[in-house]
Write a protein that binds this ligand. Sequence first.
Ligand code: F6P
Length: 358
Amino acid sequence: MLRIGMLTSGGDCQALNAAMRGVVKGLFSERDDVEIYGFQEGYKGLIYSNFKMLTSRDFSGILTVGGTILGTSRQPFKLMRVPDENGLDKVEAMKHTYHKLNLNCLVVLGGNGTHKTANMLREEGLNVITLPKTIDNDLWGTDMTFGFQSAVDIATDTIDRIHTTATSHSRVFIVEVMGHKVGWVTLHAGIAGGADIILLPEIPYDINTIVKAIERRKKAGKLFTIIAVAEGAISKSDAKLSKKELKEKQAKKNYPSVAYELAEKIQKKSNQEVRITVPGHTQRGGSPCPYDRVLATRLGAAAANLILQEKYGYMVAIKNGEITKVPLKEVAGKLKFVDPKSDIIREARMTGISFGNE
Ligand code: F6P
């Protein structure tokens, strides 16, 4: 009997179900004796032994379905070694559930934080295979995470819609795109949607540079400006502050999000009316785009292959179009940032996009 535990952890994204379907169909293509234990709401389900026994039928008809049939939750890595409110040792509890169910392997679908915990469980002696999910595309070791392209599609559609209304008004439009630490979705949606200014966490901005870019457009007869800003975009002066100082400063100002802070700054420095659009969690919602369906299916099948070969301790990944595997210990704790000196940034600048820094 092959006993597989499966969980989805962290923020959801498109193609989680497609990926799990890929794993399960892949396993059943080689074996009939597979038991699937679906842990509810991520690591919480593993900690508190909350699971559903699933059959291959549960994974039929879910290729195009958004969200996750297992549910998910955020269980911060830094709290994993901190006992819960009843004094329960979470790590020991997860190990206990795994051994009690006599699992051969735990399949974990998640992003950055999830991978830190998955690696810790590997170090604790569990057999773990992971799949890279997140709209942020910030997981080290893979060129692409599933969810990313679907989120880019949605954010691009938002910018496209703003574009048509923007042409009717002389205003500055700010579209705030998800991504606290990295700006991949903002960068791609910004370029795809023809944003005039793109602001990323990786390239701290100067408000005067932004205002100059808006003025330059006005002089050229372009009366509107579209700014795609990542949730975690930061000014050059704020980037110099320590984490603590920045938190204190943000608490004093208490803007709902970065777009509001930026709007206030632009309004103060120029005569332009500013409007804000925050697509928020719509970027993680709905059906996965075809690219993500294909990627998730391939990664799922690759994960099944590793399990069938009893090769554990890896994240399945895509590199240069090829499906591959990366040791979990190399992935855990590393983020994949946008390189401000990369070709894509240089090419975007060549088409007239300002990154607000020079
Ligand atoms: O990590 C995915 C992500 O959507 C980020 O882009 C965003 O900053 C964050 O999750 C939002 O988290 P939550 O769903 O917990 O509000």
